[in-house]
Design a protein around this ligand. Sequence first.
Ligand code: TRP
Length: 331
Amino acid sequence: MEDKKLVFSAIQPTGTFTLGNYIGAVRNWSPLQDEYNCLYCVADMHAITVKQDPTKLRQNSLAAYALLIACGIDPKKSILFIQSHVPTHALLNWVLCCNTQFGELSRMTQFKDKSQRHPDDINAGLFTYPSLMAADILAYNADFVPVGVDQKQHLELTRDIAQRFNQRYGDFFTLPEPLIFEVGAKIMSLQDPTKKMSKSDENPNACILILDDKDTIIRKFKRAVTDSEAVVAYREGKDGINNLMSIYSAVTGKDYASIESEFAGKGYGDFKLAVGEAVADNLAPIRTEFDRLMADKAYLKELYTEGAQKAFRISNKIVSKVYHKVGFVDR
Ligand code: TRP
């Protein structure tokens, strides 16, 4: 690997990505590939902290892998792999678990949310999820971690765990820094713009999936909740329009002032149609590339096999040193 700073990030393979995942996260990953050594991973081990249908999980993981490539991750530039293919993550996880406090894990808001949503399955994996995430990052001594705002708390915990390990066993881990992208950081539901856009929303019109076809995308935008003022302007109290404006801005690169003048004197119908078309045009090439990749499973397998080998080689060196540091007998 070239002598550059290292970036690590991962995404859970829970169905196809939403427009929010794309604009807020994945879209920002590909421009990092030139400046940094990047490792990106499909976090299937994190996914089973909530109940999964095994057949669907396998399909979703493969689809997520192909989608990352379709979104611009180049497997020749970056190391792109599936988490469960690289055993060092689980090996490091154990050591990190023993350096993470019950109290720290209890304070994680995602754990509190998810255990409320799945009261019948508050399993140990869900609880220790953040130390597996720390293992993902620290197994490579990553410098930067692009994450959404919702993962910031987990990243802070990663730093605390790394620091504690360094104090106990001598300086070893790099303290990773978050890379948080402001633009499109929060894409809201089209049906209730005070809530985050989510694929688990009961109303399918609330959420754009990046593999939706053009007609579906336009139909969903046409039904988006707005207000009765009929003025395209970014202002407090106009949550629906603000959300549409931030989506439009994210896919066209236009700022709010120029969007306001573009639609001055026009109705919401015109504006919603323009947003729908811009989003559909933006996503169309991703869908084409995704279909092409999914039609060639042998090629995908070649890519993820090679990705896992490279990831293992790097992380195995680091994890072997960790095992030595904590006092395990060298193999
Ligand atoms: N927990 C992250 C999420 O749900 C996914 C993830 C797993 C991750 N391991 C990671 C993100 C390591 C950044 C770094 O979005």
